[in-house]
Design a binder for this molecule. Structure first.
Ligand code: GLY
Length: 302
């Protein structure tokens, strides 16, 4: 059995963005599925799927991410390998077009887990990850959204992403390869008009991503502050470990805990070690897709 599940954000995705989300998820799934079918690893699959979604400006990761309260890009990402419980993450980087690749470098080529800001970019320079100009990552759509929120709230960030109407487009993927290895990755530009230096759940291991070959993998999307409070990804992994591997039940119970304990909004994707899926969200929409080697056709929905 091998399997792949991904998400492209959980929020009130407007009708005129549905097709772009559906088509972005479909292409990302195809890219990852091709790698898995050709015997590739879960780590390569997750990195390439997320790179594609970071480059697709439909999604709020990489190019097309939300801007912070100063009108700047600050990107976060994490990756976790469930075989060795290895992980790597970066936060608040401004010159890296594919933070997931830098997170992988941190996992594989450093003794650390999370590097932020200038230090993360310095590490990129030393490890062959090219810098881009921050302007290359900013789209007109995001400049417009930021201006609207600035006119409404100014520098104040307190209301950012506490309602389903706020934009949230974190991306994530979980893969199981033919050797039974599970990898999870999550990447985001964070919340719109966030305080400069704010770090959400996505680069925090156990909050945005968690993988353990003995149980499964989870990636989250939604209001990061709430996700952090309930350590969302690891909570869902624990639930699945205790319920005998029922991925859908674990996803639903996780979202119930998020709502009850932290008034949180968002979604989770779950893959158990048998290659079966779970998805739950309490936002109006969530972009999502999955396929495994038992399925005749992939599933894609927004
Ligand atoms: N879930 C993404 C963030 O809050 O930054």
């Amino acid at each position: 059995m091998f399997a792949l599940i991904l998400h492209g954000g959980a929020w009130d995705i407007p009708d005129d963005m549905l097709e772009a989300h559906r088509s972005g998820c479909t292409t990302a799934l195809k890219i990852g599925w091709n790698i898995l079918q050709n015997g590739g690893t879960a780590i390569d699959t997750v990195e390439q799927v997320i790179r594609y979604m970071e480059n697709d400006e439909t999604f709020g990761a990489g190019r097309g991410s939300h801007l912070n309260a100063l009108g700047q890009i600050e990107l976060d990402a994490s990756i976790m390998d469930g075989k060795a419980i290895r992980c790597g993450a970066v936060a608040a980087v401004q010159r890296i077009s594919n933070p997931i690749t830098l997170a992988r470098k941190v996992m594989e080529e450093s003794e650390h887990i999370l590097l932020v800001g200038d230090g993360a970019e310095r590490f990129a320079n030393e490890h062959g990850v090219a810098w881009c100009h921050p302007e290359e990552l900013i789209t007109e759509r995001e400049r417009k959204r930021w201006k609207e929120v600035q006119e409404r709230d100014g520098f104040t960030t307190k209301d950012s992403f506490r309602t389903v109407r706020e934009y949230s487009d974190t991306v994530g993927a979980v893969a199981l390869d033919k050797d039974g290895n599970i990898c999870v990755g999550t990447s985001t530009g964070g919340t719109l008009n966030k305080y400069p230096g704010r770090v959400g759940d996505s680069p925090l291991i156990g909050c945005g991503s968690y993988a353990d070959n003995a149980v499964g993998g989870v990636s989250t999307t939604g209001w990061g502050e709430a996700m952090i409070k309930v350590v969302m990804a690891k909570t869902v992994i624990n639930l699945m470990e205790m319920n005998g591997g029922q991925s859908q039940t674990a996803a639903e119970n996780g979202i119930e805990i998020l709502k009850r304990k932290a008034h949180g909004l968002g979604g989770v994707i779950v893959l158990n070690k048998q290659g079966h899926f779970g998805i739950a969200f309490n936002t109006p929409r969530m972009a999502r897709a999955y396929v495994n080697s038992e399925m005749k056709e992939p599933f894609v929905a927004v």
